[in-house]
Write a protein that binds this ligand. Structure first.
Ligand SMILES: C[S@@+](CC[C@H](N)C(=O)[O-])C[C@H]1O[C@@H](n2cnc3c(N)ncnc32)[C@H](O)[C@@H]1O
Length: 211
């Protein structure tokens, strides 16, 4: 994947960002050892950014769309209060098994609620308000995820969209995914019910706050 910043700066940011917990380091290693596409994992920069946002916004109920092996979910869970909950949509049972194993090792299973299946089918089963949503599944469905979850987010709550710069291809979109994300970024900054900032963190994070 094309780096948004130079590889040297990316590495520097990685090294100068607070070390992850031992549990997150073990999960990252297991993801590299036991999955075919470990690059799907978000990693330290995104994970620590999400953890920081969850802490700053006093999040208690969080939804992640696209959990994979649970790196971002576990990062966020570490910032949630004891009665906090992270609901995670995921369609891959092997990835779910790894996430559950490492949540258990971290002693945080009580905060995890996995919604197994296709996200657009499982999200409607969620009741109550959400403080934060992290969108990181099927790029072509991002707009649908946003429309479905924005009404569920409390006023002042956050939606964070990953891969918002999609390999840098949003500048001159030449495939369906790049076009979908470019259209979504355009749409978000024109809405008047949210405010947002698009940051070049890893593959791009679009941070949206509901007015
Ligand atoms: C980029 S990975 C997520 C990485 C993860 N957020 C992390 O922090 O490591 C995308 C995940 O979304 C899942 N996924 C893709 N489309 C989905 C859908 N429609 N419903 C549920 N999960 C989906 C994939 O199985 C994959 O595990």
């Amino acid at each position: 994947m094309t780096d948004i910043v130079t590889p040297e700066l990316e590495q520097y940011c990685h090294e100068m960002t607070g070390q992850e917990s031992a549990a997150l380091q073990a999960l990252a290693q297991a993801t590299r050892d036991r999955t075919r596409y470990p690059d799907n994992m978000s990693g330290r920069l995104v994970g620590q950014t999400l953890k920081m946002l969850a802490a700053l916004s006093n999040a208690r109920r969080v939804l992640e769309i696209g959990m994979f092996t649970g790196y971002a979910a576990l990062s966020i869970a570490e910032a949630l209060p004891e009665d906090g909950e992270i609901m995670c949509c995921e369609s891959n049972p092997r990835a779910i098994a790894i996430a559950e194993e490492f949540f258990a090792q971290a002693g945080l299973s009580h905060k995890l609620n996995v919604l197994f299946g296709m996200a657009l089918e499982t999200i409607p089963s969620i009741e109550g308000e959400l403080d934060m949503v992290f969108i990181d599944a099927d790029k072509k469905k991002y707009q649908d995820y946003l429309e479905m979850t924005l009404p569920m987010v409390r006023q002042g709550g956050l939606i964070i969209i990953d891969d918002a710069l999609w390999k840098g291809k949003v500048l001159t979109p030449q495939d369906e995914r790049a076009q979908a994300i470019a259209d979504l970024n355009q749409h978000i900054c024109q809405r008047n019910d949210v405010e947002n900032v698009l940051l070049p963190v890893r593959h791009g994070l679009n941070i949206i706050r509901k007015r």
